[in-house]
Design a protein around this ligand. Structure first.
Ligand code: PEP
Ligand code: MN
Length: 262
């Protein structure tokens, strides 16, 4: 992952797009896929407001086993349908090595969640695919540990890794996690891999998502991944932090005020 090995920033691509280099991108969509109508509605509006990628978990890694666990396979099929209609590539989470083949058949990008950021068997398994891997920072990981997790993917031959700062655990409880904005310039001074930020899981509350997203833009992130839902109050997971459509539209407008090319 080191800039000593590759001094030029990596540009990571999939059939319909890329991240890294000079471009900035936005991935957006609900926390979880909940129904056909929900994901298609979200896909249409994130596309309309200018997102370049659709997010949505089919398999949800919930802290409590009694919380909503996602639609599973059916959710993957709905993501494929949303991609077919909107043209947006999809990123979705994979929870175990056994699931990698199935998820890779459906998704354009594989998401490794914060709770699995040191699941080395899973990291090696996605390292054996040719799909881009969006790796979230574990909530208690140092940046060095984070890069070592990326190395688990890279060392298996998959060089398409995107690092995502999504907030870390600190003593502060007013936000869900503390967005470590310094992670972006630090990582970018060490590694050629693209670095995104996820303001949604850091904030935990929708009112703080836009400012944190803009902080990510200001510190030089290569992209953001944001949660938005057609009816956030009714969301089956992460209801408090998902943006309403109008808030997502406002975020895009503010991002474009800084970066007109988005
Ligand atoms: C998510 O993106 O919905 C998610 C579970 O995020 P994290 O792994 O960062 O908590
Ligand atoms: Mn979520």
């Amino acid at each position: 992952a080191s800039l000593e090995v590759q001094p030029k920033p990596s540009v990571i691509s999939w059939p319909t797009g890329s991240t890294g280099g000079n471009a900035f991108m936005v991935a957006a969509g609900p926390c979880g896929v909940e129904s056909r109508e929900q994901i298609l509605t979200a896909a249409r509006f994130v596309k309309r407001h200018g997102a370049q990628m659709l997010r949505g978990g089919a398999f949800k890694p919930r802290t409590s086993p009694y919380s909503y666990q996602g639609m599973g396979r059916e959710g993957l099929d709905l993501l494929v349908e949303a991609r077919a209609e909107t043209g947006l590539p999809v990123v979705t989470e994979v929870l175990s090595p056994e699931q990698v083949e199935l998820v890779a058949e459906h998704a354009d990008m594989l998401q490794i969640g914060a709770r699995n950021a040191q699941n080395f068997a899973l990291l090696q398994a996605v390292g054996e695919t040719n799909k881009p891997v969006m790796l979230k920072r574990g909530m208690s990981m140092t940046l060095e540990e984070f890069l070592m997790s990326a190395e688990y993917v890279l060392s298996r031959g998959n060089l398409k890794v995107i690092l995502v700062e999504r907030g870390i655990r600190t003593f502060e409880r007013a936000t869900r996690f503390t967005l470590d904005v310094s992670a972006v310039p630090l990582l970018k001074s060490w590694t050629h891999l693209p670095v995104w930020i996820d303001p949604s899981h850091a904030a935990g509350k929708r009112d703080y998502v836009i400012p944190l997203a803009l902080a990510g833009v200001a510190v030089g992130a290569d992209g953001i991944i944001v949660e938005t839902h057609p009816e956030p109050e009714k969301a089956l997971s992460d209801a408090a932090q998902q943006l309403h459509e109008h808030e997502f539209a406002l975020l895009m407008k503010k991002v474009r005020a800084i970066l007109p090319a988005v």
